[in-house]
Ligand binder design. Sequence first.
Ligand code: B12
Ligand code: SF4
Ligand code: SF4
Length: 345
Amino acid sequence: MTAHDLRPAIREQAAQLGFEVCRFASASEPWNSGERLAHFVEAGRHGEMGWMETTLARRSHPTAMWDGARTAIVLGLNYGPEGDPLVEMDDAGAGYISVYARGDDYHEVIKGRLKTLAGQVAARTGEDVKVFVDTAPLMEKPLAQRAGLGWQGKHTNLLSREYGNWLFLGVILSAAEITPDAAETEHCGSCTACLEACPTQAFPAPFQLDARRCLSYLTIEFAGSWPEEFRVATGNRIYGCDDCLAVCPWNKFAAEARETRVKARAALERPRLAELAALDDAAFRALFAKNPVKRIGRDRFVRNVLYAIGNSGDAGLRPVADALTRDPDPVVAEAATWAVGRLPA
Ligand code: B12
Ligand code: SF4
Ligand code: SF4
């Protein structure tokens, strides 16, 4: 333990950088999350996210990735939407982009601030630090639960009594021993709202997800043509999915995001499917500049849009899909043919 408690000063700096939550956990104590991750991968539930398999050993515990890690400083940034996002699902001519992806890319928003804070922590402690947001082989949710930000609900996401389901996570690992905060316990009780709301029955059991069935995985991570079952179930979701998060009763305590950069851009609220389907590579890049959607590229995005067009029931969108049946990308062309076949003449 360090001589005096560093937490209040670090929390103050985190708040100044715009993080709503900053809490501390041991990064070296053992946990069972690594075994659970191994079970997830052995069962093939990671689908084509091969990086989960190749980094499995390092991912299984913070010290497996960095031997010197002693403390995890876990940061939460609130990205709460203005109202219930699921009402947008009724507008079949518009695409549904998940709440997290309607503003600037959170990786970019968070990373610079994490680095600034990590620099301050290193200066205070004289020990090494490393920063993480999403992409590194580090299990962020169990670390956040251990630090007391919230708990992993039956939908497997981390939710909080204060912010509901809308917290981005970032982590600083430090080689310094800093006093840990108390872990949070689970408060789902007998509720099963998220499990029932999932349009693809992606939860084989409470607290477990089969990513292969999850629309977030299918729309963002999966490259090929989808099985019919999921094309229909996606409705108008064209990037990510929020159903299991949005139905959670703990959102009654959620507040709208303060950070303007993660708030929805007007162009990404109820964007029209006809316009999205017509995007070429350059127009796609321009529309999604600095936004997470950009990462999946035009072809995968237009594939998703075409599945949504096929579900729209709108004969007016038939010519839009028809024009794409000759697209050079075979997955896009096949999705267009499928959509045309589902729409009234
Ligand atoms: C891979 C990944 C995905 C995959 C898999 C998701 C998943 N649930 O594993 C896909 C592409 C589907 C995905 C989707 C989403 N993701 Co994602 N994703 C990740 C990533 C990179 C790794 C997560 C991971 O390790 N998964 C592997 C599984 C095994 O880990 P786990 O969920 O912690 O598993 C636990 C439970 O299953 C439980 N468990 C297992 N068996 C059992 C048995 C019992 C009895 C019990 C009690 C528990 C239990 O214990 C495990 C260990 O803690 C993290 C970033 C990171 N580096 O951590 C972001 C991250 C989890 N994603 C995030 C977000 C925002 C999302 C989406 C909401 C985006 C969207 N709107 O579309 C969805 C949510 C879908 C969902 N219901 O989970 C945020 C979540 C923030 C938060 N507050 O939780 C993270 C943390 C990124 C970030 N830095 O903010 N994601
Ligand atoms: S994100 Fe959507 S598809 Fe994935 S588990 Fe949650 S409700 Fe199901
Ligand atoms: S919807 Fe219910 S079961 Fe699901 S995470 Fe929220 S409280 Fe837990």
